[in-house]
Design a protein around this ligand. Sequence first.
Ligand SMILES: Cc1cc2nc3c(=O)[nH]c(=O)nc-3n(C[C@H](O)[C@H](O)[C@H](O)COP(=O)(O)O)c2cc1C
Length: 210
Amino acid sequence: MAVPEHPPAAHNITLAVTGASGSLYAAEMLRALASDDRVSRIHFVASESALRVFAEELGLSGRNDLAEKLLGSPCTKLRRHADSDIGASIASGSYPISAMIVLPCSMGTLAAIANGLASNLIHRAADVCLKERRPLVLCVRETPFNRIHLRNMQLAAEAGATIFPAIPTLYNHPQSTTEMAQQFVHRVLAHIGLPQPGAYQWGADERLED
Ligand SMILES: Cc1cc2nc3c(=O)[nH]c(=O)nc-3n(C[C@H](O)[C@H](O)[C@H](O)COP(=O)(O)O)c2cc1C
C-alpha cells in the first residue's frame, strides 16, 4: 500500500467566543470542528461577556462546561482555557496553532486586537497569530458601524487578519436559523482550508452539466 509522502496536516484551531450577538454561530462552529477528523485540537476560550450573551440567546449558563453543553457530549480534542489565563499554550508563538477564529467578534475585542492590547487570552492569542503570520479570522458583528469600528477593521486587516462579518447568506434558501449559521460556518472553515462536505456552493449544478 502506498504511504503518502506527507500525512495530512492535523489542524490545531483556536475558537474564541466574545460578547457580540451570534451565539448560534459559535455553537455550530464548535460542532463542525468537533466532528471534523482533520481537526486534532480545539482550543476554546469564551470572554465574560460571551457567557452573558450565551445565556441571553441560547439559555445556556455555566463557564467550565459551556463547550460540552454546546456539543451535548464530551469531546476529547477540546481544550478549554479561561480568558484570564495569559499563560495558556495559545498565548505563545512557540505553540503551533493552525488558525484562530473569533466568532462572534465584538467591537470591543476587535478594538483590542487591532490596537495590540493583548490584555487577556483572546487578545493575546490573536496578537500571536498576527505576529506569527498565522490565519486570524475575525467574525465581527455590529450594526451600524461607527467610524472607530471601521478604522479598527481596517487596522486589523492591514495587520493580517481576515474581517469576516457574521452576515448570513440568503441565496442558499436556508430553512432555519441553524441552517443559516451552518452555511456561514462552512464559509469560514473553507477560508482556513477546511472545506466542509455538504456545504452549499453557488454554481455547483452548472459544473455537473459541463
Ligand atoms: C445580548 C447582548 C448582545 C450584544 N451584542 C453585541 C454585538 O452584536 N456587537 C458588539 O460589538 N457588542 C455587543 N454586545 C456588547 C458586548 O458584549 C460588550 O461590548 C462587551 O464589553 C464585549 O466584551 P468582549 O469583547 O470581551 O466579549 C452585546 C451585549 C449583550 C448583553
